[in-house]
Design a protein around this ligand. Structure first.
Ligand SMILES: [Zn+2]
Length: 125
């Protein structure tokens, strides 16, 4: 009777330990995976897509300064869009061609195009 009782308890403990081992590990692994790469990847993709849309919106405004929505920004972005650039010094940004008044202006602008475009203030008229 005593022997049988002891075996029963030991069996229960072994079974409980086995359940914890089996149920515990995979659950912990899944939680680690959830908190890891997928969220970071989504965040990175989002932050890459947003500036592009903002750059495009800014270029569309700059494009209209010469009165034509032809995807050619004839105003020199290096001169805060207040001077006319020339077709001798151009820079392609997305679908737009930007005209600059000097080669140096175009090169400086090209160093960090996204930042430079976003920093542009569209002048009135
Ligand atoms: Zn200029």
């Amino acid at each position: 009777m005593l022997m049988r009782f002891t075996c029963h308890v030991a069996g229960c403990l072994a079974l409980a330990a086995l359940l914890v081992a089996v149920a515990g590990c995979p659950k912990k692994k899944a939680a680690e995976t959830d908190a890891g790469f997928p969220a970071d990847t989504a965040k990175a993709a989002k932050s890459e897509a947003e500036p592009t849309a903002a750059v495009e919106a800014k270029l569309a405004q700059a494009d209209l300064l010469d009165g034509k929505a032809d995807k050619i920004v004839t105003r020199c972005a290096s001169c805060a869009l207040r001077m006319n650039g020339t077709s001798d010094h151009t820079l392609k940004v997305l679908d737009y061609t930007l005209y600059f008044c000097t080669e140096r202006g175009a090169k400086t602008f090209a160093e960090d195009t996204t930042k430079a475009v976003l920093a542009l203030e569209i002048p009135e008229g």
